[in-house]
Design a protein around this ligand. Structure first.
Ligand SMILES: Nc1ncnc2c1ncn2[C@@H]1O[C@H](COP(=O)(O)OP(=O)(O)O)[C@@H](O)[C@H]1O
Ligand SMILES: Cc1ncc(COP(=O)(O)OP(=O)(O)O)c(N)n1
Length: 294
């Protein structure tokens, strides 16, 4: 078995890199949402296109409001970049409302993103910020379950999101597995139940379940907990790394091995910001000597 590399291959100077699309909300504090995606994508060496779904008013202490984008404008952003620039994979983050979920789902279906299409779709089912501020209307949960999750190549809820979506309270490995199965039953090809919020544990175990080869594949991917209060954007960063690796053609389990290494390294480098929680930090990639330009 070959080892999953810690970094993705990069394109030589002047060559078009692998492209991805993030369909997500803006975080004015720069730590989560589109901003987390963009900085991780850039530092992983992929070109990221963007479909903005909402503009949040957010800092390190929470989200005080947001303005959702008109659903046809969200759909048009997706169509404009996919039909011109082309992408190897896409991810969804904050989608704010049922109307945006449905616009995203029907546009992705038209363009072969997720479902049985050729372009993998990572669904990070963002429902609320880490402070509990809502980022998805409560009446949009049915469409999340019935329309978006069935298009997901992989769905990546945290424990709060899994409880809202499946009703299962994950407290240990058994309930984590039951929750992953419930997500597959909703129609996702793969389900990753993240253990970042299993606060009782000194580990951070994520459980992946899905269809691989002849039967079902299960992978528990674990890391010692990093002792940091600065984990804002961890879920976005993990999903962005999964998306980049899938765009490079990795299998879902290998993409997860890469992504877990990436987010763990970003948690080690996380820094304080403002009065609340600071962000996970992919800027470790630019530390060190600047390489010669010629
Ligand atoms: N303190 C931590 N130490 C190690 N890994 C962590 C820590 N917090 C989160 N993770 C990992 O980061 C990823 C994102 O998880 P999580 O924080 O649960 O997502 P979200 O940001 O969506 O709430 C998962 O792989 C999780 O296991
Ligand atoms: C605009 C926006 N999108 C997503 C989130 C949530 O980010 P996530 O990485 O799930 O993590 P938390 O830091 O909130 O746990 C957000 N806050 N804003």
């Amino acid at each position: 078995m070959t080892e999953t590399p810690a970094l993705l291959p990069t394109a030589p100077d002047g060559a078009t890199p692998v492209r991805v699309l993030t369909i997500a909300g803006s975080d004015s504090g720069g730590g989560a949402g589109i901003q987390a995606d963009m900085r991780s994508f850039a530092l992983m060496g992929v070109h990221a296109c963007v479909a903005v779904t909402a503009v949040t008013v957010q800092n390190s202490t929470g989200v005080s409001g947001y303005q959702a984008i008109d659903p046809p404008i969200v759909a048009d952003q997706i169509r404009a970049v996919v039909t011109d620039i082309g992408i190897g994979a896409a991810k969804t983050g904050m989608l704010a409302s049922s109307a945006i979920i449905n616009a995203v789902v029907s546009t992705c279906a038209d363009l072969g993103i997720g479902g049985d299409g050729d372009i993998p779709l990572v669904v990070d089912p963002v429902c609320a910020s880490m402070h509990g501020d809502p980022l998805l209307a409560a009446d949009a949960l049915d469409d999340l379950r019935a329309a978006l999750i069935p298009r997901a190549t992989i769905v990546t809820p945290n424990l709060d999101e899994v409880r809202l979506i499946t009703g299962i309270d994950v407290v240990d490995e058994k309930t984590q597995r039951a929750a992953a199965r419930a997500l597959l039953d909703l129609g996702a090809r793969w389900a990753l139940v993240k253990g970042g919020h299993l606060r009782s544990s000194d580990r951070s175990p994520d459980l992946l379940l899905g269809a691989g080869g002849s039967g079902e594949t299960e992978l528990e991917i674990d890391h010692e907990r990093i002792d940091t209060g600065h984990d804002h954007g961890a879920g976005d960063t993990l999903a962005a790394a999964l998306t980049a690796a899938l765009a490079h053609g990795y299998s879902v389990p290998d993409a997860l091995r890469f992504a877990k290494g990436w987010v763990t390294r970003c948690l080690i480098a996380a820094y304080p910001l403002g009065a609340g929680h600071g962000p996970v930090n992919p800027l470790w990639r630019v530390a060190g000597d600047f390489p010669p330009t010629r």
